[in-house]
Design a protein around this ligand. Structure first.
Ligand code: NI
Length: 138
């Protein structure tokens, strides 16, 4: 089991005030939890930069009436089927679809997939949320 270690941090007062405001805005219960989260966030960024296996979510909003677009997006997903863990389609209203695609694999390939989808004509919104498989984190 991992041991918890306490350590002191010296910080400029102004910077500490800003950090405390950040903690309040993000609703962290205490400074320790905020610091742990910032460290993990950085480690996840490093996983993406180093090309390790990562996980994430691609979110798309697009026009429901453009059948050619729906087919194109499906074709792209089939080309990258080894990355896609699952996808959820939500009919937002009469005209708009929301799709959330869970992905796992190489960061470069995930970015390629996300870029291909979001740059398809008719896609109103596309974003990639980088996450982690959680394997290297505590
Ligand atoms: Ni729909």
């Amino acid at each position: 089991m991992n041991k918890t270690v306490r350590f002191g941090v010296s910080l400029n007062e102004e910077l500490l005030n800003k950090f405390d405001n950040f903690i309040t805005e993000r609703a962290y219960p205490n400074r320790s939890e905020a610091i742990r989260d910032l460290i993990r966030e950085n480690l996840v960024k490093k996983e993406w930069a180093k090309g390790k296996e990562v996980a994430g979510a691609i979110t798309l909003v697009y026009d429901h009436h453009r059948r050619d677009l729906v087919n194109k997006l499906t074709d792209i997903q089939h080309d990258f089927h080894d990355l896609i863990v699952s996808s959820q389609h939500i009919h937002l209203d009469e005209d708009n679809c929301l799709e959330i695609i869970a992905v796992k694999g190489s960061p470069k390939k995930i970015e390629q997939l996300a870029h291909k989808m979001r740059s398809t004509k008719g896609v109103k919104h596309g974003s990639l949320t980088p996450a982690t498989t959680g394997k290297g984190l505590v």
